[in-house]
Structure formats: C-alpha cells, structure tokens
Write a protein that binds this ligand. Sequence first.
Ligand code: ASP
Length: 345
Amino acid sequence: MNSTKTPSVLIIYTGGTIGMVQNPATGALQPFDFAHILKQVPELKSFGYRLDTITFNPIVDSSNASPAFWVKLVKIIKEKYNEYDGFVILHGTDTMAYSASALSFMLRNQSKPVIFTGSQLPIGQLRTDGKENLITAIEIAAASQNNQALVPEVCIFFENQLFRGNRTTKYNAEHFDAFQSDNYPRLAKAGINIKYNYSVIHYPTHQSVLQIYTKLDANVAVLKIFPGITKNIVEAILNTKNLKALVLETFGSGNAPTNTWFVYLLKKATKKGIIILNVTQCSAGSVEMGLYETSVPLLEAGVISGYDSTTEAAITKLMFLLGNKTSRQEIVDCLNQSISGEITV
Ligand code: ASP
C-alpha cells in the first residue's frame, strides 16, 4: 500500500443486481442511490480511502450493454484517470465478461486497475454476496506498491477470485461463484489476505498516457455449429448484409463438419473478405486447426484460429479491430497475436 497518500477509487454503478434494495412496502427490487453508498455499506468507512461514485442515468440491465455503453464507460475512465488510483465498475453479471473484454481492448497503456464486479443477490439483501464483492474490489483497485498498481488490468472480481476480464466467462446463473477463467490462472485470491499471483499479472514496461479507442464495428456474428446444422442456416448467416466477421464456435480443438457445402460456403465468405475466427465450444483448451482431419478444410477455407479465446473476447476483439484497423491483413495479424492478454499464442 502507498503510505504517503490516501488511496482513491472511483466507483461507477452502471446497473445490475448489486445496486438493488428491496422496497420495504412493495417487496420489489429497486436501485438505490450510490451517492449514499456509505449508508448502505458502512464498512467502507474503515478503509479511510477517498471513494467517489458515478451512477449511470439511466442504469442499464447488462442485457442491454452495447458498444455505445462501453464507449460511455471508457470516456468516464479517461476523463477521471488522473484523479483516482483505480476504478470499480459495478455491472450486471449477465454480460460482464463481454464488457470487461471490450474495455481491455479499448483502453491502451493502462497502468491503473479497472475492476468489474457485481453480485447474484442485491446488496440490500441479508445473504448478499454484493458487499464482499464490492469491498474487496475496492481494496484491489486501490492496492499499490512503490507507486505501481498491483493489478493494472481490466479484471473481474467475483466470489473471492480475481480474473483477467478478457479470459472470463459467466458459467453459473445461480451460484455465488458465477465466473470462471479456464484458460488463464486467476490473478488473485481473497482469503484472510488477498494473495496476488504476480507472475501472471501484466505490468506495463514504461509509463505512458492512457489512450482510449472508441470506434467499434458491430457487423459481427457468432455461429455455434451443431450436428445436423443445415445449409440454409449457414448460408443465411454468411449472407447477412454488411457482415464483416464471424466467430465460428466449433467442436473440440476446432473441428467442424467436412460436408462439401459447408466448406464451400466458408471459403466463399472468406474470399469475399469476411473474417472467420475459429473458437472452441469447450470451456477450456485451444483450437488447433490441422490436428484432426475435420479441421484441415477450415484451414484451407481461410478460417483463422482463435487459439484459446473465449467467445466474449473473440467477438469484442473483432469489433475493436474492425473499428480501428484499415486493412484485412492488419486485422489478421492482430488476431494471431495477444493484444491484451486474451489468448495464449
Ligand atoms: N440481469 C442482471 C444483469 O446482468 C443480473 C445481474 O445483475 O447479475 O444486469
């Protein structure tokens, strides 16, 4: 911890269960005013930090998250960047992994923590997981040593675990431990102490000014293949007007049907310039095209490996690259690299 100055954290409440309290009269859940957060979570006072809050107006159920919503978030972070040591984003859990992935691409030269958290039960409910999540997320956002943030990354903190945001997926709609990161170790674990896994945290090699990228191109789609998928479906998706990139969710290590029509349609699409990125439907492991006969035709059709990417990271990376790179080759080169720690190449 920095002993010389009071740590400061900006809490941005975007919406979601965590900010809800029960109306005692009606029993209905309603958002509470985050300006009064210390009344709701008085434990926060014992940190002695400077804590400020911003509440989105209107608040957003995370099912309504969108590129415009991510742009609003990164603009707030940019505007307030020099005023705070770290940022906590309170967000619905449903699409938190998409938002954390998107921000990991849109914020460049990041040297301060941006920690997403939320909860499965409203903060105003007796057994809430929201208080623990919020308190620890704030502690992580403020943590530093020798003026260097301990976790200068976009992360998700949930149920005692800190994950790299663009490696994370919501996998449980009910349990408190709702997120997992199967292809990358967690960055920290909160127990009696918070144990940071320093060797897997990314630290900037030099200090430079935060840059934000606000152009995203949402002309992308995801196609999860399944046994029996018909030509009509694949054709309809690939012929979608303005489609620029497709995340193809394949079987196992990147395998797909070898039907002539399927491979022909993919090849036709890549020839037209559509980028097709292969990610696995499995929650862990990597695409390895060419390992089985059933993935060789994909390679020949010009499909690009998504390595061990989550679908959330793949789709938001494509939006980011399509919005910011001018040539197809540049995009393909970036897809074959980790640009924010999102894949293991
Ligand atoms: N529907 C809510 C949301 O994602 C659920 C939650 O907050 O976890 O916004």
